[in-house]
Design a protein around this ligand. Structure first.
Ligand code: ASP
Length: 312
């Protein structure tokens, strides 16, 4: 999928967990498409009015975090202890600045907490009480616990505990963009995996695993089995194949996701290179995903299927 020069492109995902074609998620397909469209429209507004890639991905991820359908921010899943612990990361590819938070609960939009770490601290990754104190100080908006509670997620935890399912559903939200100046950025945010051990941190908080951006190569946002994405440094691995092996993004990204599948890890990525070429591969039955270019046609899809297209 190639881009026109000096235009922008934005891609988002809403997770690649278990999305059986005939499962409950399928009956809510229209709402997922609508949620993806809203996120793409939010990012589009920013990029169309001259905003940079970092602002574009941040706006898109905020919209996904605010939507309880997706596993991030408001719709975050529960750990085995009944807690909600959120991870998020942002990175921009011009100066390689990055910010991340892990295991936090309270900030309405973990992606804004990650961005505050990037822009207002000397650090890259913050956790625990220190991260929350920093967020308060930085003016990041907080919500009461009941804002994050959804019946659906609570039921999913009960089912996972009943079936002793250590691999119950996950999901993540994320975005990548290339702006008109050729700057790249990535943002990723998640509640993690249902029934995870309290204190577990996934790839979404880890630079080079769940999110990566480098103007010389590409920007990547991942979703899937975080432990594998961390161990294989997936975001960085895709960029490394462009940089060191001269591969094209639409070759490297599907190859890496295919190799992960062969290792038994499920997931996918949305990725964009410095020419605005997109790659959105996944090795699961579906991945909530979409993209929009400067022309304003919003594309969304869930399964391996033709994109639904709407004008922005
Ligand atoms: N990558 C996320 C995590 O491991 C979950 C997912 O995307 O399914 O926390």
């Amino acid at each position: 999928m190639a881009a026109t020069k000096a235009s922008f492109v934005l891609a988002v995902h809403g997770g690649a967990g278990t999305i059986p074609r005939h499962g409950p998620a399928a009956s809510r397909a229209a709402s997922y498409h609508e949620g993806l469209r809203r996120a793409l429209a939010a990012g589009y507004e920013v990029l169309a009015s001259g905003g940079d890639a970092l602002d574009g991905v941040t706006s898109a991820v905020v919209a996904l975090e605010d939507n309880p359908l997706f596993n991030a921010g408001r719709g975050s899943v529960f750990s085995a202890a009944g807690t909600q612990e959120m991870d998020a990361c942002v990175m921009e590819g011009a100066a390689h600045r990055a910010g991340a938070v892990a295991g936090i609960f309270g900030p309405r939009n973990p992606v804004l907490a990650a961005r505050a770490v990037m822009e207002r601290s000397r650090h890259v990754l913050m956790i625990g009480e220190g991260a929350l104190a920093f967020c308060r100080e930085a003016g990041v908006a907080f919500c009461e616990p009941n804002y994050f509670y959804t019946e659906q997620r609570w039921r999913e935890l009960q089912t996972a505990l009943e079936h002793r399912d250590a691999e119950a559903g996950g999901g993540t939200v994320g975005a990548v963009a290339c702006d008109r100046r050729g700057n790249l950025a990535a943002a990723t945010s998640t509640g993690g995996r249902t029934g995870k051990a309290p204190g577990r941190v996934g790839d979404s908080a880890i630079v080079g695993a769940g999110a990566y951006a480098d103007n010389a190569t590409c920007a990547v946002s991942a979703t899937g089995h975080g432990e594998f994405f961390i161990r294989y440094g997936i975001g960085f691995e895709i960029a490394a194949r462009l940089r060191h092996a001269g591969q094209a993004l639409d070759h490297a990204a599907p190859a890496v996701i295919g190799e992960l599948g062969a290792l038994g890890a499920s997931g996918g990525v949305v990725a964009v290179d410095r020419a605005g070429v997109l790659s959105l591969p996944f090795n699961t039955e579906g991945m909530y995903r979409g993209f929009v270019r400067e022309c304003g046609m919003i594309h969304t899809a869930i399964y391996d299927e033709p994109y639904r297209v709407r004008r922005q």
